[in-house]
Write a protein that binds this ligand. Structure first.
Ligand code: MG
Length: 392
């Protein structure tokens, strides 16, 4: 077992994955220290976390809360910094060993690139990074000392199935999906679901963005793209399997026909603990995190309904086209989810908005980072156009 002490930067420490990462850090105080904490705007919780974990530096992306934070932490040996650019800088600090990328959406991209360039271990929880810039990130990793350990439960499962196996021997990835709260609804019923319905996930307790993405199956589409880059697996060899109990977190089929699966209770602290401890498994006595198989007499698996959940089909289309298309889909989806959460559009409008944006945004087959940044801006603008047309 490696005894090395690890300094951790938690980017997005006030969100769902961020707070659960801090739970794990508290469980193993002799192994981990929270060195850097960053948040978008929740300065009160960030101040509270800073007092408890005493990081060397904290960053608030929204500069208007800088003075509140500074005042709340007066007298403590904590450097307080503000601004989105400061997040990337903090991720690359020399004392940091592991960077947990737990921020939501596109905002994860630039700090993750900074952390890779600084040779950090990336505990990747921000799936949009690989959706937007999978090829670019994969190439960066190859030429750096950095390494990605996935935190997403499905990718952690696939990663764990592949430990000790040569990647070449895998035949296909079986990516499991809970199917979300609307699995059994008809197309007509889907038309009428509310924000409250969509936020009620049957198994997982997550942030609002990923919960809506789970309900629309966009999350599974993004996870397919994430798996494509993390494991170098062509999309045609990634099969989506709906498994409503969320006990099997994903599987890998090998060339001999054998399938390996990873099982556990649906609790994000398990994959977080694995990512922080890797290659070691850290002991835990938490009874709530132990799976009692006798409570699950039936585990079921079925095909997803691509017709009912077009965003899943669009994800396959986007990765097949490649280039900046996944980045366009991601930007459209960020707009769509925000508009749905504001109750401006229907649940079934989200794929319509995505289709429009994918059609109208100029396609670039081999985008640079600057192209992707410009694509994101352009696609957000085009998605806004669609929203404006809808209102008029
Ligand atoms: Mg997941």
């Amino acid at each position: 077992m490696s005894k090395e002490f690890k300094n951790i930067a938690v980017l997005g420490s006030t969100g769902s994955i961020g707070t659960q990462t801090l739970d794990i850090i508290s469980e193993y105080p002799s192994m981990f220290h929270a060195s850097v904490l960053t948040a978008n705007h929740n300065w009160q919780l960030l101040a509270e976390q800073a007092k408890k974990y005493l990081p060397e530096r904290i960053v608030i992306a929204d500069v208007k809360y800088y003075h509140n934070l500074k005042e709340a932490l007066a007298g403590l040996p904590i450097e307080v910094v503000a601004g989105a650019d400061a997040i990337a800088e903090a991720a690359a600090l020399p004392q940091v060993d592991i960077v947990v990328t737990a921020m939501v959406g596109y905002s994860g991209l630039i700090p993750t690139i900074a952390a890779i360039n600084a040779g950090k271990i990336i505990a990747l929880a921000n799936k949009e990074t690989l959706v937007v810039a999978g090829e670019l990130i994969t190439n960066l990793i190859k030429t750096s000392n950095s390494e990605i350990i996935p935190v997403d439960s499905e990718h952690s499962a696939i990663f764990q199935c592949l430990v000790g196996e040569s990647c070449n021997r895998a035949n296909k990835i079986l990516l499991t999906a809970s199917g979300g709260p609307f699995r059994k609804l008809s197309k007509e019923q889907l038309d009428k679901v509310t924000v409250k319905d969509a936020l009620r996930h049957p198994n997982w307790n997550m942030g609002a963005k990923v919960t809506i993405d789970s309900a629309s199956m966009m999350n599974k589409g993004f996870e397919m793209i994430e798996a494509r880059w993390l494991f170098g697996c062509p999309p045609s060899k990634i099969q989506i399997v709906v498994h409503p109990q969320s006990i099997v977190h994903s599987m890998v089929e090998f060339v001999d026909g054998s399938i390996k699966a990873q099982l556990g209770v649906p609790d994000m602290r398990l994959p977080i603990r694995y990512a922080l401890g890797y290659p070691d498994r850290l002991p835990s006595d938490n009874p709530k995190q132990k799976l009692s198989l006798s409570q699950f007499s039936t585990l079921t698996f079925e095909e997803p309904d691509y017709e009912k959940f077009p965003l899943l089909t669009y994800a396959f289309k986007a990765i097949e086209m490649g280039g900046n298309m996944p980045c366009i889909l991601n930007a459209a989806n960020e707009k769509a989810v925000a508009a749905f959460l504001r109750e401006e559009i229907k649940f079934t409008d989200m794929p319509r908005l995505a289709a429009y944006t994918m059609e109208k945004t100029p396609f670039i087959p081999s985008p640079t980072l600057d192209d992707l940044i410009a694509t994101n801006t352009e696609a957000l603008k085009i998605a806004d156009e669609w929203l404006t047309n809808l209102r008029s």
